[in-house]
Design a protein around this ligand. Structure first.
Ligand SMILES: CC(=O)N[C@H]1[C@@H](OP(=O)(O)OP(=O)(O)OC[C@H]2O[C@@H](n3ccc(=O)[nH]c3=O)[C@H](O)[C@@H]2O)O[C@H](CO)[C@@H](O)[C@@H]1O
Ligand SMILES: C=C(OP(=O)(O)O)C(=O)O
Length: 451
């Protein structure tokens, strides 16, 4: 039986939540453990689904994994790493995008890799062409299979290369890092992504013995080494979960202290938060986010790669903008199809129109390609409860905070998706004073079109 969350809206969320290690770093740090000759320890690990998926994939490859869920300490010993059965890999891949990052580490360790079809949020096509092109340039042979891909390294091993990314893809940059550190010779990657989670992965790889230089012009230079050690690392906190709870505080006119929120990695978010009228106080151990009681202000917002306004902050902020007095514009430039979730917000009474044109100041890759990637939001709108099925991680969080702010009752199915990026979600809601009930339903999902 599926879970059903019934929410009584209209109550401000107030209290304290803790965010632990970043979903966009932790599973990748786990993959990096395969590169070492010694065990590695990762701390501040959250209880989220991607961690479980990568744990199962590592175990399928013979890595011994021990996870102390209470303290968040995860130890990984790759001493007995070995080939895994492809059916077993398929069974564990689930709905994560992380399996693609096993390519380099497995080829270095075992000479070959089988990568299943990827999951992750359905917010666009999400091709892996950059990844495969980079891997080919390291010398890998890449064969597409009916479900997944098979890669093999040449007998002489993978070689460093001069690479360029046409767009600063986070995953493809990590692919290059995880492959280049043990490839022979020097790799130079221009057009790289430089998100804080990438810097944290670089810190881990450096601890393991890698030599990596990040230049100011998005070029990363890696000198390959023959052997890497283990690492012991405290994962950076999840800036996307922090931004989500910050948005929840504004939408519900509440006051939330996010323990673990780090100002340094949230600069672009905090600027927007202040412009829209949100208040925040920075403390050593977190940030207090709250509604000042004054009307929220509309704004023009464009998502971008770091150090711009992160795309994963867009969906919760759109809900904030439904409550601002006036017309806001949001231009999504990272994913071509990340506004599907606005259907449910409209059903709740939000006034949002989608446009194919680039409505921000900078034309983006999607402008001439018929994608509804700009939104015009007029507020403030009185939201009313509704039934919905959670479409993806951030879209789902947005629906849930809209329901928490709305008048009346909402019911949500598909809650499992929330666990991809928000640990102990309902426990946190309870601590924040939300009014809700969790039950079981024989109805698998409400048929809302949120994608
Ligand atoms: C697990 C994880 O860390 N997920 C994050 C990661 O996703 P992920 O690493 O998948 O995102 P990318 O940065 O690679 O994607 C950015 C853009 O590049 C395109 N692209 C990417 C690869 C490729 O081979 N070809 C291609 O065209 C994508 O379709 C997208 O339009 O970064 C995104 C952008 O900050 C975040 O929203 C995700 O939360
Ligand atoms: C898009 C996201 O994640 P993933 O890349 O794991 O699908 C996200 O965290 O919002």
């Amino acid at each position: 039986m599926a879970k059903l969350l019934t929410i009584q809206g209209g109550k401000p969320l107030s209290g304290r939540v803790e965010v632990r290690g970043a979903k966009n770093l932790v599973p990748k740090a786990m993959v990096a453990s395969l590169l070492g000759d010694e065990p590695s320890v990762l701390r501040n690990v959250p209880e989220i689904k991607d961690v479980d998926i990568v744990t199962a994939l590592l175990q399928a490859h013979g890595v011994q994994v021990e996870h102390d869920r209470a303290t968040g300490s995860l130890s990984m010993d790759p001493a007995k790493a070995s080939k895994a059965d492809s059916a077993e890999i398929d069974a564990h891949a689930g709905d994560s995008r992380i399996p693609i990052l096993f390519c380099g580490p497995l080829m270095h360790r075992l000479g070959e890799a089988f990568i299943p079809d990827l999951g992750g949020c359905r917010i666009g096509d999400r091709p892996i062409d950059f990844h495969l092109e980079m891997l080919r340039q390291f010398g890998a042979d890449v064969q597409k299979l009916p479900s997944g891909i098979h890669l093999s390294a040449p007998a002489s091993g993978l070689r460093g290369a001069k690479l360029h990314l046409p767009y600063p893809s986070v995953g493809a940059t990590e692919q290059v890092l995880l492959t280049a550190v043990k490839a022979e010779g020097i790799t130079e990657l221009s057009g790289a992504a430089v998100e804080p989670e990438i810097h944290d992965l670089i810190a881990i790889l450096q601890q393991m013995g890698a030599i990596i230089t990040v230049q100011t012009d998005r070029t990363i230079r890696i000198e390959g080494v023959e052997r890497l050690r283990g690492y012991n690392h405290l994962a950076i906190p999840d800036r996307n979960e922090s931004a989500s709870w910050a948005s929840a505080a504004l939408v519900t006119q509440g006051d939330i202290f996010v323990q673990g929120a780090m100002q340094r990695d949230l600069t672009a978010f905090l600027n927007v938060y202040r412009k829209v009228g949100g208040e925040f106080d920075v403390h050593d151990d977190g940030i207090r986010f709250y509604h000042s009681g004054e009307a929220l202000r509309p704004l023009v917002l464009e998502t971008d790669v770091h150090p711009g306004y992160m795309t994963d902050w867009q969906q919760p902020m759109v809900v904030v903008l439904t409550q601002a007095a006036g017309v806001s514009i949001v231009h999504e430039t990272v994913y071509e199809n990340r506004f599907g979730f606005t259907n449910v917000l409209r059903q709740m009474g939000a006034n949002i129109q989608l446009h194919r044109e680039c409505l921000g100041s900078t034309p983006c890759r999607f402008g001439q390609r018929n994608f509804l990637h700009s939104a015009v939001i007029s507020g403030p709108a009185k939201l009313k409860g509704t039934d919905f099925d959670i479409p993806d991680l951030r879209g789902g969080f947005s629906h849930l905070i809209a329901a928490l702010a709305a008048e009346g009752t909402s019911r949500a199915t598909g809650l499992e998706i929330i666990n991809r990026g928000y640990e102990r979600f309902t426990e946190k809601l309870e601590n924040l004073g939300a009014e809700f009930e969790l039950s079981r339903t024989s109805q698998p999902s409400f048929s809302t079109t949120g994608r």
